[in-house]
Design a protein around this ligand. Sequence first.
Ligand code: TYD
Length: 396
Amino acid sequence: MFKEFLDLGRHPIANAFLQKEEDFKDEFLFDLKVGLDTDTKLVSIKNFVEPERIFNQDYPYNTSNSFPMIEHFRKTAGMLYNEYGNETCYRVLEIGSNSGTFIENFSKVDSVCVEPCGNFAEITEGMGYKTYVDFWTTELAEKILSNDGYRDLIYAANCICHIHDLDDTFRAVKKLLSPSGIFVFEDPSLLRIIERGSYDQIYDEHPHIFSVTALNNLLRRNGLQIFRVDNLSVHGGSNRIYACHTDSCLVGDSVRYNLQEESVFGISNFETYEIFAERVFNSKKKLVKLFEDLKSDGKKIMSIGATAKSTTVFNYCGIDNSIIDVITDTTIDKQNTYSPGAHIPVVSPDKVNMIDYDYAYLGAWNFKDVIINKQREFVESGGKFITHVPQVMMFS
Ligand code: TYD
C-alpha cells in the first residue's frame, strides 16, 4: 500500500531549462508528493512524469561536464574490471550511458550502450560503441540478447532510480545477464538523504529513492540477489549495489551491514518518514526567512550550480529572481536559459563577477569542496556561502 508522507507542491521538470521568456506560460507542472510502499518499503513519488517528457533529445545533464564524475567513472570501471573482469572476454552493457564517461573505459568490440536521449546516444555511437536509442525494458533486453548475446557486466549509474517499472527493469536484467554475470548500479541512498535532510534529491527524474532494504525485496522477487553494497560519497551519499542471479554468488558482509544499519535507523517504519517530512518543512521555513532577511538588508545573492536539486528547493520554497539574481553553471547547454519553474537566469560562470555578490547559494552542495576551492577571491572579499544541507546555514 502506498502511504504518502511529503507534499512538495507544484513542480516543473527539474532539468527542463527554458530557452526564452515566452516559454514560461506553457511550462509543464505536476504535484510532487512522496510516499512509502508499506509492502516493499520502496519510497517513490506519487505522480510519475512520462519518461519521454524528461529523457529526450534536449536532455541537458552531461557527465562529461563534471570532472569529479569523470574521475569517479574511470576509477569504478578500473575496479570492476580488476575485481570481476576476464582477460579474454568481458561483455559489458551500460544502461543510461549518457556521454560515455563510464563505457569509454571498456572495449568498443564487446560493449553495448542503452540511452534514450538521442543527443547522448549520438556521442557514444560516434565514439564507436553500439548504442540502442531506447528505454530499458524486457523487450529491449530480448532484442539485445538476440543481436549481441549475454552480458557479463550490466552497469547503470544514477539511472535505475529513474525507471518507473522496477519489476520490468530487473526482469530485463535477469534475461540478459550471463550465468556468472553481475549487475552493478548506483543511485542516491535514501538513508543518507533522510540523514542529511537533502529532500532536494526528490524530483521527476527520481521517481524512486532507494534503500538497500527495498532493493533487496524487489531484486529477490525478480530472481536476482544483492551480494555486495558499497557506500559512496557521490551525490551526497549513494549506494553501489552488486547483484547476481539468485544463489549464484556468496552474500558478503556489506549486505548484512547495510540492511542492519537501515533497520536500526527505522527505514521500514512510517514514523521515520513523518519525522523527515517535518524536518523538510522546517528547512523551508528557515531558508525562506534567511533569504528574506538578507534581501531586506539589501544583500545580493546568486547561486552556483543549476542543478535539478536546486529546482526542487526553489520551487518548494517559492524562491525566484526577486531573491536570487542569477545562477551560474559550467554546463554549456544550461547556460543562457532560465531555471525551471523559478525562472532565474542561468549563465556561464565567466559572465558573473562574484565579488559583486554578498552570498552564493550552493545549488550543487554535493560539489561543495570543489566549488569553494574555485571561489577564494569571493571569500576573501567577504562573500559567504549558503546551503540547506544538512541544515540551513551560512559559512565562508
Ligand atoms: P549535479 O550535482 O550532478 O546535479 P543534479 O542535481 O542536476 O543531479 O550537477 C552539478 C551541476 O553543477 C552541473 O550542472 C555542473 C554544475 N557545476 C558548476 O556549475 N560548477 C562547479 O564547480 C561544479 C563542480 C559543478
